[in-house]
Write a protein that binds this ligand. Structure first.
Ligand SMILES: *Cc1c(COP(=O)(O)O)cnc(C)c1O
Length: 391
């Protein structure tokens, strides 16, 4: 066999072939699902020196190695840890790099539970939490303090889809001695290679597009060379690990993520453009549209758009939002996204201090699934009619 280096190939080739080497396990195409706590050593010396590749279930198995290697190949990272949820993929690196007396800058359009963790646990541990405007760009240098250790980004922002100038923010953060973390769930490493833009630690809710079927919870955190050992230490010390079946399912999902994302992207663009001319829609918050304030940055840095965006109704409140949601027959009402089925949710922005509008009416987030676009448009049209008729 020639050596298997897929780092220079096209993205779909990489998705199909990275992670495990079939010839390292009898030629089976997929890696074994190793259920493990104890790993046996052949003799006392090997045990005393931990002189073999695998030592205990929490420290990795051939199954977790396969997914970690696949993610590293996609991200260009030095190492990847796997955690039980996307939220844990946010909290573990923050715990790994912040101490009492430190200051952290977090984007105001961050995923809601990230804010809850920062305001509760990080504050309790003595970390000073400050939120910044997603459109701040290089202006973030004015917020940097001597004790700023982490700048936490998420682009586009959750629910409202503001695009951040990641290279400018990373330059300012590094100049001030902080590292940059990014929740990169929306774009996946296929549409934004965060480490190439100055990010040090990239975070994914693999629950979303990598798993792709609304049946697995998993998070990944990938670090560059400089941050890897500190991240791994914290992970080991916290006793974090994930079950092999979930890891296997995410690796399975990755193999088709490229083609799934292409369809999510295409359908979402089609529907977003159509929505721009529908009665009752004031704005479509999709960074791939020319009308979006972050469009130029998106075009400069991203190589694609995934299938989730929001619309703003042209007036009304909760009654109109609920009428829209209750009229839907194909879109499900549910949290999360990245699965094959379409979902809708009324967005809550009440905990934000900066990126909260004002918007003309309720903000509704749409996850465009893999159904036929014509059916989805009919469903949304039903919702818009119901919202217009609501009183
Ligand atoms: C869903 C989501 C998470 C959390 O993922 P879970 O696996 O549901 O915990 C984190 N960040 C973003 C941006 C998300 O959308």
């Amino acid at each position: 066999m020639a050596s298997r280096d897929f780092s220079k190939t096209g993205i779909n080739t990489r998705l199909a072939h990275t992670g495990n080497d079939p010839h390292a396990y009898h030629g089976f195409v997929n890696p074994p699902v190793v259920h493990a706590s104890t790993v046996l050593f052949p003799d006392a010396h090997t045990m005393a020196t931990r002189g073999q590749k695998y030592t205990y279930g929490t420290h990795g198995t051939p199954t977790t190695d396969a997914l970690a290697l696949a993610i590293d190949t996609l991200e260009g990272s030095a190492g990847t840890i796997m955690v039980p949820s996307g939220l844990a993929a946010v909290t573990v690196p923050l715990l790994a790099f912040l101490s009492a007396g430190d200051h952290v800058l977090i984007v105001d359009s961050v995923y809601g539970p990230t804010r809850r963790f920062a305001d509760s646990m990080l504050s309790r541990l003595g970390v000073e939490v400050e939120y910044y405007d997603p459109e701040i760009g290089g202006g973030i240098s004015a917020l940097m303090r001597k004790n700023t250790k982490v700048v936490f980004t998420e682009s586009p922002g959750s629910n409202t889809f503001e695009i951040q100038d990641i290279p400018a923010i990373a330059d300012a953060a590094h100049a001030g001695g902080a590292i940059v973390m990014m929740d990169n769930t929306w774009a996946t490493p296929l549409y934004f290679r965060a480490l190439d833009f100055g990010v040090d630690i990239t975070i994914h809710a693999a629950t979303k597009y990598p798993a792709g079927h609304s049946d697995v919870l998993l998070g990944t955190v990938s670090a560059n060379e400089a941050c890897w050992s500190q991240l791994l230490d914290a992970y080991t010390n916290l006793g974090m690990c994930v079950g092999p079946d979930d890891v296997y399912q995410v690796l399975r999902g990755l193999r088709t993520m490229g083609v799934r994302l292409e369809r999510h992207q295409q359908s979402a663009f089609d529907i977003a453009r159509w929505l721009e001319s529908q009665a009752g829609v004031a704005q479509v918050l999709h960074p791939g549209l020319a009308s979006h304030p972050g469009h130029a940055l998106w075009k400069r840095d991203f190589s694609g758009a995934s299938g989730i965006f929001s619309i703003v109704l042209s007036g009304g409140g909760q009654a109109e939002a609920h009428a829209f949601l209750d009229a839907l027959k194909i879109f499900g009402l549910g949290y999360s996204w990245g699965g094959y089925e379409s979902l809708a949710v009324n967005v809550y922005l009440g905990d934000r201090t900066i990126a909260r509008g004002p918007y003309e009416g309720p903000v509704l987030r749409l996850q465009i699934g893999l159904e036929d676009v014509a059916d989805l448009k009919m469903d949304i049209a039903r919702g818009l009619t119901a919202a217009r008729n609501a009183t």
